[in-house]
Design a protein around this ligand. Structure first.
Ligand SMILES: C[S@@+](CC[C@H](N)C(=O)[O-])C[C@H]1O[C@@H](n2cnc3c(N)ncnc32)[C@H](O)[C@@H]1O
Length: 266
């Protein structure tokens, strides 16, 4: 007899084990209350991902972005559909989005996803996007099947497999806390649900500049001697002259995993 690993049980176990307790919506909202104002500054732009999604949205009448946050993807995609809904349970993240002056055809909807999935007032959309927003949902099966019901043409799930910046990856590895492989988890969940899907990895780049070595080391926060940190990060660093002296340009590539599930109306 083959023993099938239960991805939904594994996912739930990982989510409930997170010490911050962010699977409780009020905890997640409190997290974003503290982070919303600095979220954008800490996030890379995703030009290749936006370009790919725009291509797939051609002809779509409506787009629902679930966990839209500050609109990092919603806003650059907004002109690709006649009707856009940015749904999020964090009023603070949505306040940042609103502050950017969204177009009139974009509806901002502050709602818990679990409630939205059963809300007759939220109609299906041609395309549904969930980008890095399912991470703390204990019931992944209910979320995916609910999102698919809302997606007439396409459901797009965006995640990573924890391979972000070299310094954070190393910091977590040294602490024995590698990031969960969420993109792989989502793929396994789609397989378990018998949902065929397209999977691709889009490469994006991130660049930070530092006025001097001290600033770079302060950002890296690695429990290693300075020389070792510079050696490890060396392949990603190029000298960068600033008015104040010799600094660093720190650049790395990372993969965005995109999972595309076709809806019944595709
Ligand atoms: C990591 S941010 C990603 C934001 C945006 N998609 C992006 O890529 O920049 C996750 C967002 O999902 C929202 N979110 C998480 N769980 C949610 C839930 N259960 N219902 C509604 N929104 C949720 C959070 O409030 C947050 O704004």
């Amino acid at each position: 007899m083959t023993v099938q690993a239960d991805i939904f049980g594994e996912w739930r176990g990982q989510v409930l084990a997170v010490r911050s307790g962010r699977w409780r919506p009020e905890r997640d909202r409190a997290f974003w209350h503290a982070q919303a104002a600095r979220y954008d500054a800490g996030q890379p732009e995703l030009p290749n991902t936006v370009a790919w999604l725009r291509g797939r949205l051609a002809g779509a009448d409506s787009l629902l972005d679930v966990g839209a946050g500050t609109g990092r993807l919603t806003l650059p995609l907004a002109d690709a559909a006649a009707r856009v809904t940015a749904l999020d349970h964090s009023p603070d993240m949505l306040a940042v989005l609103r502050g950017k002056g969204p177009p009139a055809h974009l509806e901002v909807r502050c709602q818990e996803l679990a409630d939205a999935l059963h809300d007759p007032g939220l109609p299906p959309h041609d395309a549904v996007l969930a980008a890095w927003s399912l991470a703390y949902l204990p019931d992944l099966r209910a979320a995916l099947t609910g999102l698919l019901r809302l997606a007439r043409r396409d459901l797009f799930l965006l995640e990573d497999d924890g391979l972000g910046s070299p310094h954070v990856t190393l910091r977590r590895t040294l602490a024995g806390q590698p990031r969960p492989q969420r993109a792989t988890g989502l793929r396994r969940a789609l397989h378990a649900l018998g949902l065929p899907h397209e999977h691709l990895q889009l490469t994006e780049t991130r660049e930070l500049t530092f006025p001097d070595t001290a600033a770079l080391l302060a950002q890296a926060r690695l429990p290693l001697p300075d020389a070792e940190v510079l050696d490890i990060l060396g392949p990603y660093l190029t000298p960068h002259l600033t008015s104040g002296g010799e600094g660093w340009r720190y650049r790395w590539a990372f993969d965005v995993h995109v999972l595309r599930v076709r809806g019944e109306g595709a």
